[in-house]
Write a protein that binds this ligand. Structure first.
Ligand SMILES: Cc1cc2nc3c(=O)[nH]c(=O)nc-3n(C[C@H](O)[C@H](O)[C@H](O)COP(=O)(O)O)c2cc1C
Length: 666
């Protein structure tokens, strides 16, 4: 079925066994730039899983290039750790490269021991809220030298290649783009001058590492910034990169400051492949396509259609390190796909929390959370087929226990199908499908539509019971909450309840905003209609924009906190709020719902009462645990655990992690 994904390719002098590359992700924290044991475990597992090339980093190249907790190549003292890592990755059959990283004005002083960031020009960064210092010409030469010296260290550590990042709005982009480069010397002004810094970096690295050592350059296929560079300029730059001595171009999306999402699930799978295709048409060295290509069948199609020569699977390999081997062996139904939720990988970066993965609780803790086979097989009864229950059942069965699972509804997945209901959020179902497949594969006996009772527990005679009975909507004590014009957000998301034309949603957390998305999109055109109207020029572009954004319902969200979407991760929250605002949804924060009437919701806001009109009121006011079964059965079984929302309603990330641990510990 796969024709090209598992064929070898040469990148300069480097032969890769297939076309699967793990792009750089500064994913696990380092201590002052050092390679730590968790890095070795993490990358070794991805190498064992069958990827051809693993790019580690970004690695800082000097004192102002990035945060102190990133991997580093800025000093010789890092070489032994890097060498150990390279040896381990090689031992598991993959090649290894390191990304040389300089974030320029995207580096925050707080994460660089108080140092001010540097850039082409002193333009304030919206990303950090700080203004960088302009590099002088001697400093430019020194930074270029730092790239080259770092590359030489990577080479001495036994790596197979280096990658220079010239994308994401980092330092090289900051020279390239007229948006922040205001210089009047030979590094500013016209495009040729603005390309100079990056091209000199590549030439300097080439001089330092010699003619044989492969150099990869990562470019933004489009900056996606107002007035910034598009694919046309990226092609010109890529030609320059090839001439300067690079062996491969890795194409991603835009800057960190852009309002075009780069890695949320709103970006369709393969949505940026066209950027790589544009660049492939301009150069003769191999080109890699990236972003949201975690499906090997899609990846193979991209290669066969000639859109790119290699495929970057970044979070796809966090989610399932074994994805390449599974794909090679045709075990597609066993792949645990990345769902681009960012809950475990990207969002923790902002919160200083340890990194992991919603669909793979082992990610980042490969050794600590190893799944060991059991010595004595137990009978395990899991009650509840949401993400926590299914994950517990999966891990317990994988270890060799005899597992049965009871689900009172007719479908598995708990609240995940609700989260997947709005357009653009469907990936949550991908994980449900994976877990369902695992239940079958691991011979978990699943009883659907069966509410577990104490009697059933007596009949099953389990040695261990896992209560994963989830949560139910919490009904607030607001006057009028029992009126006939009131429905629950969960019922709207599941399709059980309909709403009128003017809807007021009480609660601006994730559930409330997802419900608003679903309702506001009703009556807007879908992707196929958009394509049809556009290709046939049937409607004017401004009419099409209206058809995409104006639905049939007027939706208002009421949030009593300062900001809506507080429980949504930072990487996704802004994109959802942006979508809602484009769809005309009104979001009122600091709005306390006092009473629901037949005409809408009476709120108190900034000391004043007002009526927010609506024919339907939707309650999205949180959830409460459902776990009464625990008390009824705890004296009847030897070992019992309560996990997930049944313990305390939280995100799917926590539910799955708890399910994993329960399955691993029993
Ligand atoms: C946690 C995290 C850290 C990242 N760090 C880097 C980085 O240091 N350098 C870089 O070029 N890209 C970085 N990226 C972007 C990825 O390389 C990749 O382009 C992005 O995740 C989209 O690809 P995917 O959909 O296959 O995950 C990072 C992504 C994540 C999720």
């Amino acid at each position: 079925m796969l024709k090209l994904l598992f064929t070898p390719i040469k990148v300069g002098s480097l032969e890769l066994k297939n076309r699967i590359v793990m792009p750089a992700m500064h994913y696990l924290a380092s201590w002052e730039g050092m390679v730590l044991p968790h890095h070795v475990d993490y990358f070794a597992e991805r190498a064992r899983g069958g990827a051809a090339l693993i790019i580690i980093g970004g690695c800082t190249i000097d004192e102002t290039s990035g945060a102190v907790n990133m991997l580093s190549a800025k000093d010789d003292k890092f070489i032994p750790g890097l060498a150990g890592l390279a040896k381990e990755v090689h031992a598991h059959g993959a090649k290894i490269a390191a990304q040389l990283y300089h974030a320029g004005r995207y580096s925050h002083s707080m994460f660089m021991g108080g140092k001010q960031s540097v850039s082409s020009s002193p333009i304030r960064s919206r990303f950090t809220g700080e203004t960088p210092r302009e590099l002088s010409i001697p400093e430019i030469k020194q930074v270029q030298r730092n790239y080259a010296l770092a590359a030489a260290r990577i080479q001495r550590a036994g790596f197979d290649a280096v990658e220079v990042i010239a994308s994401a709005g980092y330092l090289i982009s900051q020279f390239l783009s007229p948006l922040v480069n205001r210089r009047r010397d030979e590094y500013g002004g016209d495009f040729e001058n603005r390309m100079r810094f990056g091209l000199e970096v590549i030439a300097e690295v080439r001089r330092e590492v010699g003619s044989d050592f492969p150099i990869i350059v990562r470019v933004a296929g489009n900056e996606f910034m107002d007035g910034g560079l598009a694919n046309e300029e990226a092609r010109l730059f890529s030609r320059g990169i090839e001439k300067a001595g690079a062996n491969m171009i890795n194409v991603t999306g835009g800057w960190h400051e852009t309002r075009v999402p780069q890695i949320t699930m709103g970006l369709p799978r393969g949505g940026f492949v066209y950027l790589a295709q544009g660049i492939k048409q301009a150069v003769s060295i191999p080109v890699m396509a990236c972003n949201r290509i975690s499906d090997p069948i899609l990846a193979d199609r991209i290669l066969r259609d000639g859109q790119a020569d290699l495929i970057g699977f970044a979070r796809g390999l966090i989610a399932d390190p074994e994805l390449p081997n599974k794909a090679r062996e045709g075990r597609f139904d066993e792949i645990n796909y990345c769902i681009a939720c960012n809950q475990g990988c990207f969002d923790p970066i902002f919160e200083g929390k340890p990194q992991t993965c919603l669909v793979n609780a082992r990610a980042g803790a490969e050794r600590k959370r190893a799944i060991e086979p059991v010595s004595s097989r137990k009978k395990v009864m899991v009650i509840g087929g949401g993400p926590a229950g299914m994950e517990a059942a999966r891990v317990a069965a994988l270890r060799g226990h005899e597992v049965c699972l009871y689900e009172k509804n007719e479908c598995l997945g708990g609240q995940l199908p609700l989260a997947a209901a709005p357009a653009g959020r469907e990936e949550f179902l991908t994980f449900v499908r994976y877990l369902e497949g695992q239940m079958k594969k691991l011979n978990v006996t699943v009883h659907m539509g069966t509410e577990a009772t104490p009697l059933q527990v007596d009949r099953e005679k389990p040695e261990v019971v896992i209560v994963a009975t989830g949560a139910e909507p919490a009904i607030p004590g607001i006057k009028g909450a029992d009126r006939p014009n009131v429905v629950l957000a969960w019922d709207v998301l599941s399709g059980k309840a309909d709403t009128g034309k003017e809807v007021v949603i009480i609660g601006g957390g994730a559930v409330g905003l997802e419900t608003a998305l679903l309702l506001a999109r009703k009556g807007t055109i879908d992707a196929d209609t958009l394509y049809f109207l556009t290709i046939n020029q049937a409607e004017k572009p401004e009419t099409i924009q209206g058809l995409l954004c104006r639905g049939l319902k007027k939706v208002t969200v009421l949030e009593m906190l300062k900001r809506a979407g507080q429980d949504i991760g930072r990487s996704t929250r802004w994109a959802i709020l942006q979508d809602l605002s484009r769809l005309g949804v009104r979001t009122l924060s600091k709005a306390l719902a006092k009473e629901i009437t037949e005409r809408g919701v009476v709120i108190e806001r900034e000391g004043r009462e007002e009526l927010i009109p609506g024919d339907t009121v939707v309650l999205a006011t949180g959830a409460k645990p459902v776990n009464s079964l625990y008390d009824q059965i705890k004296s009847r079984v030897g070992e019992i655990h309560v996990i997930g929302d049944a313990k305390n309603p939280r995100k799917a990330l926590e539910a799955v992690a708890e399910g994993f641990e329960a399955g691993r510990m029993i």
